[in-house]
Design a protein around this ligand. Structure first.
Ligand SMILES: [Mg+2]
Length: 250
């Protein structure tokens, strides 16, 4: 504990769906597209959002592995989303649709409610790191667009490190950049496998950001936070977890 008041040396955050509100940005963008393109009106917005989220999960590993670039992945998602609505699109048609979606998405990006206040409250008292699986340019631009770059001390992106969460090496890189040890650090993120299990495997305390009140996928005693709307109580959960005695894979 760096300042003796229970403040950990570092707090690491995931970015997508922890600081950046990908889920609601995505839903808004799909809603806008649905109003403009009748093929999507064959499905409800809930159905589209659920299927799109599933497609994102299905396609993302291909991008991380370097088999597809981001544009390929976007086109394939829209070919499959159109198929889900009973339509077959040409490559050009799917590309056009993905670009239309992308414009809506980019202009609707917002922070998870309470995230800015939490970052502002922690800034200067502890080292703030973001550990994220994605492309560097995209994540840097996203932080700038959201106006929080100045609140983040270290942005550690899988593309730069060469491995992604849950590989312990990305957490070790983040610890090295911050100049802190695992036992004085806490990680918070929405992904059970990447953020919770990954951090713990690296010896870092973990808090699950369980915004949509999902059931924990395994029986593991992990503190959880359902919203950042109260930065004081969020901070209390993070600091308590950071100070909990633990071994390398507690
Ligand atoms: Mg996430």
């Amino acid at each position: 504990m760096r300042d003796g008041a229970g403040v950990p040396a570092a707090v690491f955050f995931d970015l997508d769906d922890t600081i950046f509100d990908h889920a609601l940005t995505c839903r808004d963008a799909l809603g806008a597209l649905r109003r403009e393109r009748s093929l999507f009106q064959r499905r409800s917005l809930d159905e589209l959002a659920t299927e799109y989220s599933r497609l994102l999960e299905a396609v993302h590993p291909e991008v991380l592995a370097g088999r597809w670039d981001a544009d390929d992945a976007r086109r394939v998602r829209f070919e499959r989303l159109a198929a889900f609505c009973g339509s077959t699109l040409s490559r050009a048609g799917a590309t056009d649709l993905s670009q239309q979606y992308r414009r809506h998405y980019q202009s609707r990006r917002r922070l998870v409610p309470g995230a800015r206040r939490l970052l502002e409250q922690l800034h200067g008292r502890t080292i703030i790191g973001i550990v994220t699986n994605n492309e560097s340019a995209e994540q840097r631009e996203k932080l700038a667009y959201l106006g929080v770059t100045h609140l983040v001390d270290h942005l550690v992106v899988s593309e730069e490190v060469g491995v992604g969460k849950p590989d312990p090496r990305i957490f070790e890189t983040a610890l090295g950049r911050a100049g802190v040890s695992a036992k004085e650090t806490v990680m918070v993120g929405d992904s059970w496998a990447n953020d919770v299990v990954g951090a713990r495997e690296a010896g870092i305390g973990a808090v699950w950001f369980n915004r949509f009140a999902a059931d924990p996928p395994e029986a593991l005693a992990v503190p959880e936070i359902r919203s950042f709307r109260s930065p004081r109580s969020t901070e209390a959960v993070l600091f308590r977890e950071a100070s909990r005695p633990r071994g390398r894979s507690a």
